[in-house]
Design a protein around this ligand. Structure first.
Ligand code: PHE
Length: 344
């Protein structure tokens, strides 16, 4: 016997309650299946109509159909409500919530220092040239007046790659490459810097890393003297380390310059009074420099009788260490975010 119409009415009530509680399309589909599915109670009531007395069948069947239509309409509306609620939830924007912190990329402090250095020289009219990191010994040594058995080669522990090929130990070979190509007509024939990576077989410590960065500078022309060098390097030091910075030149030896010098800047920590950072001297040595050796000019077919020039070279890590008071150069290569985040 099929359920009575009253029983059906109360089953339908229950399904409607379940439908109202359903919050997802899945939950709703389950409630719907209980009434209207293949094994739902409406289906099974329908299949049992034949058990009723013939005169009851018509009214029962009509009522069954009315219930079915009513329920289907009910589920349709509920499905619309559920999808509208989901849409509203997805679109809801709470402007009062705190924002999500975005991790922005930034320049590595060495890259930033390099760019700063390049900008300073470009603002003074210098051109920027780069050269290969794997270099011919001819450019890295020979043409710079460091021939095969020159003791100065020992100062630069070199990575040898193939016979005649090394990882460059300094960016000075770029000045040779540029001088080889220039047109020798104007008063100032070269005014350039060459920033880049260099390599030396050094045991890493607080001031040495086997790979580091250098900026080399060169000015060649008629009547160029050490005074031009002094002025440019002073100007650079003030722009890089601060307007109060003073510089000091002392004799030094590099095979490719004569006379050669070392440039020191006043310690910015103690303003020259003497402290731990400058080892109580008030001065910090930051670069090598000097007048281009006549032999180097001859090596690239520039007459030292008509032309003269000066050059400098320094390590970017050292400059950054002095500027930012970084105690150990290795920190620049460890990629510890806690260290790197301090620079912007
Ligand atoms: N090339 C030298 C070095 O790597 C630096 C330097 C460049 C010195 C130019 C004098 C002139 O140490």
């Amino acid at each position: 016997m099929p359920p009575s119409l009253e029983e059906l009415a109360s089953l339908i009530k229950e399904v409607q309650i379940d439908a109202r509680r359903a919050e997802t399309p899945d939950e709703l589909a389950q409630a719907k299946a209980r009434a209207l599915g293949g094994r739902g109670f409406l289906k099974s009531a329908l299949s049992q109509i034949k058990d009723l007395a013939p005169e009851e069948r018509k009214a029962y069947g009509q009522q069954l159909n009315a219930y079915k239509d009513e329920l289907e309409e009910y589920f349709r509306r509920r499905a619309d409500e559920i999808s509208a609620a989901a849409k509203a939830k997805a679109e809801f924007f709470d402007g009062s919530l705190p924002g999500t912190r975005v991790q922005m990329g930034r320049l590595h402090p060495i890259r930033a220092a390099m760019r700063h250095i390049v900008d300073i020289f470009v603002s003074m009219g210098f051109d920027v040239f780069t050269g290969p990191e794997m270099e011919y010994e001819k450019y890295n040594f020979d043409l710079l007046n460091i021939p095969q058995y020159h003791p100065a080669r020992d100062d630069m522990d070199t990575f040898f790659i193939l016979p005649g090929l090394v990882l460059r130990t300094h960016t000075s070979p770029v000045q040779v490459r540029v001088m080889e190509k220039i047109r020798k007509r104007e008063d100032v024939i070269v005014q350039m810097i060459s920033p880049g990576r260099v390599f030396r077989r050094d045991r890493p410590d607080a001031t040495h890393t086997p790979c580091f960065h250098q900026v080399e500078g060169l000015q060649v022309g008629r009547g160029i003297s050490m005074a031009n060098m002094r002025w440019i390097l002073d100007e650079f030091a003030r722009k890089f380390f601060g307007p109060e910075t003073r510089t000091r030149l002392r004799p030094d030896y590099f095979p490719f310059v004569e006379p050669g010098a070392e440039l020191a800047v006043t310690c910015s920590m103690c303003e020259g009074k003497g402290c731990r950072v400058c080892k109580e001297t008030g001065w910090i040595e930051v670069m090598g420099c000097g007048m281009v050796h006549p032999q180097v000019l001859l090596n690239v077919d520039i007459s030292p009788d008509d032309y003269s020039g000066w050059a400098f070279g320094f390590g970017v890590e050292r400059m950054a260490q002095v500027l930012y008071q970084v105690p150990d150069a290795r920190m620049f290569f460890e990629n510890d975010m806690r260290f790197l985040r301090q620079f912007s």
